[in-house]
Design a binder for this molecule. Structure first.
Ligand SMILES: NC(=O)c1ccc[n+]([C@@H]2O[C@H](COP(=O)([O-])OP(=O)(O)OC[C@H]3O[C@@H](n4cnc5c(N)ncnc54)[C@H](O)[C@@H]3O)[C@@H](O)[C@H]2O)c1
Length: 336
């Protein structure tokens, strides 16, 4: 099997999950990394014996990449993806797609035109818990989802924001707790309900972070065309990163699940459950609240690059959640 040549742009916090996955997947050769902060790129390059760049265009010119992973601030995700598409390079981008719907949609269109794959990271869809629940709904075993709720109570300190030159800003992060943290629980619920959104009603505010512009708490109701109603609550003023909780009331049972565990209580008295794998590699240096499934999604992306199976979380698929996130901000009326 010819090895695929892979690069990573952005050597910040999340990049460890990408580097750790790429070097552990057969058939991939990590050849280069890029960060505008030279010391960050050089450190990774030295540790992993790859080439370091501060300019991604130079990396595209010199490295003959098959694929690139984008681990950058939100507002440049699609700008950089489009440059890669122009070089015929497949792209796997971190969530969210961008800070606007139009930019995300135009990147999806360009990837199609250029005939390259465009994947978006939503690694939580690869948790055993989420798979069990998605299959039980999609197969009809649970019947229709009637209502859903999700709760996210996490901690983002003032230092988390003051140590970053882009987080906490409307123009660069595109929002706060919704677009950055709760996006995963909102994506899971939206993916499982799997119906177009009819209406949203949202309240959002910055209630405890004086040093940032964006919302740090939000709640709302999302109404779907299939009749399902989904209420969410999220805030990042909590003392710790509590496990998230998603609940569903379905025609044939009810569900309680988070990233690690899922319990389905069917109306006929049977119970199904799923749990995190015991032997999953937690040694990549990431945060526990990110989950551990980047590697599963990255493996799936490269199966699609090799033409072995369709890409599961394509740009087109991710646009459904991106559209919803943008609707929440429009309705929240806090974004300038
Ligand atoms: N999937 C998850 O669970 C998860 C978790 C954390 C972060 N993320 C996402 O990962 C992305 C990065 O977040 P982070 O926390 O690692 O941010 P970060 O600020 O730690 O890292 C971003 C890096 O990009 C570099 N950079 C900025 N502009 C650049 C440019 N033009 N060219 C090259 N490098 C550039 C910065 O110097 C920095 O090192 C975001 O989209 C974030 O939402 C996803």
């Amino acid at each position: 099997m010819t090895k695929l040549r892979v690069g990573v742009i952005g050597c910040g916090r999340i990049s460890v999950m990408h580097f750790g996955s790429i070097i552990n997947i057969d058939g991939l050769e990590l050849v280069a990394c890029c960060d505008i902060k030279p010391e960050r790129a050089e450190k990774v390059a030295k540790d992993l014996n790859i080439n370091a760049y501060t300019d991604y265009v130079e990396m595209f010119e010199k490295e003959n990449l098959d694929a690139v992973h984008i681990c950058l601030p939100h507002y440049i995700h699609t700008d950089v993806a489009k440059v890669a598409f122009g070089y015929g390079i497949h792209v796997l981008s971190e969530k969210p797609m961008d800070v606007s719907y139009e930019k995300a949609e135009s990147a999806v269109n360009m990837a199609k035109e250029k005939g390259v794959l465009y994947g978006i990271i939503f690694q939580c869809r690869y948790n055993n818990s989420a798979r069990l629940v998605k299959n039980a709904v999609a197969s009809g075993k649970l019947g229709k989802v009637l209502s859903a709720s999700s709760t996210l109570t996490w901690s983002r300190s003032d230092e988390y924001y003051s140590n970053s030159d882009w987080k906490g800003t409307w123009d660069k992060e595109g929002g706060g707790v919704i677009i950055d943290q709760a996006i995963h629980s909102i994506d899971l619920t939206n993916w499982i309900i799997d119906s177009p959104v009819k209406a949203v009603s949202v309240s959002m505010a910055n209630r405890g972070h004086d040093i940032v512009e964006v919302e740090d708490s939000a709640d709302g109701l999302i109404i779907y065309e299939n009749g399902a109603k989904y209420g969410f609550y999220c805030m990042n003023n909590y003392a710790t990163d509590e496990p998230i909780e998603i609940k569903l009331q379905c025609e044939k049972g009810r569900v309680v699940f988070g990233y690690d565990d899922a319990y389905i209580y069917y109306n006929d008295g049977t119970i199904e459950e799923a749990h995190q794998d015991e032997n999953i590699d937690k040694g990549m240096g990431g945060m526990t609240y990110w989950g551990f499934q980047h590697i599963r999604q990255i493996e799936q992306f490269y199966k699609a690059v090799r033409g072995e199976e369709p890409l599961e979380i394509s740009g087109e698929e991710a646009l459904k959640t991106h559209k919803l996130i943008m609707m929440l901000y429009d309705d929240g009326k806090m974004r300038p």
